[in-house]
Write a protein that binds this ligand. Sequence first.
Ligand code: ADE
Length: 246
Amino acid sequence: MRFEVLTIFPDMVDAAFRTGVTGRASGEGLIELDTVNIRDYSTNSYGSIDGYTYGGGAGMLMQCEPVYQAYEEAERRLDEKRGGSESQKDKKTRVIYMTPVGEVFDQAKAEELAGESELIFLCGHYEGIDERVIDEIVTDRISIGDYVLTGGELSALVVMDAVSRLIPGVLKNDESAEIESFNTGGLLEYPQYTRPDEWHGKRVPDILLSGDHGRVDNYRMHEMRRVTKEYRPDLYRKYMKDRGIY
Ligand code: ADE
């Protein structure tokens, strides 16, 4: 999987991506990140890339041309990396604009995006981006939740992280992507414990020390239902409905 990120803060995106699991996976060549600094494509001598909004209104907008040229640079790099294979040459890469005005990101979307071989992320700033360049290059608009961030970098990192862990080999224990929350038919993960078996007077549930795998599995299923019902009743209702329970 190759990620290209169009941003005015390439260092921020790089630093987070190079840390932890995604950092290790990029070292192993399983995923790859390239950033394009939109500011490098300023059309004036001051290096600015923003302008006032036509029709009035507070704040500045990112202009079309710097964003468009940054996008073209990302497409050029991707083309180069595809190694001139004719079948791949004119491939249309999905371009994802990170914005609160978008489809809310979830695990199903992460799985869909993990099926691509490359993705371009467009990170906005100020009050947004001139709509004309969005119309021209963007294929998907994704929000990571109903709140407003100062820019799209953190949200692009969230999406890249969730997608990366679905790429085979990125997680070391092949099982962990499968058992975790949102991959269990809609139930959340059960609580887990490690040594010592007693801490601050709290004991690990006896069943987990019993070595009886059948009982452990049943107990965990029961806990998944309990946790989901308690913390995310919305997900629990959906889980029950999907099974025709009510
Ligand atoms: N940029 C600003 N707020 C955002 C959000 N909630 N999701 C995605 N990108 C954003």
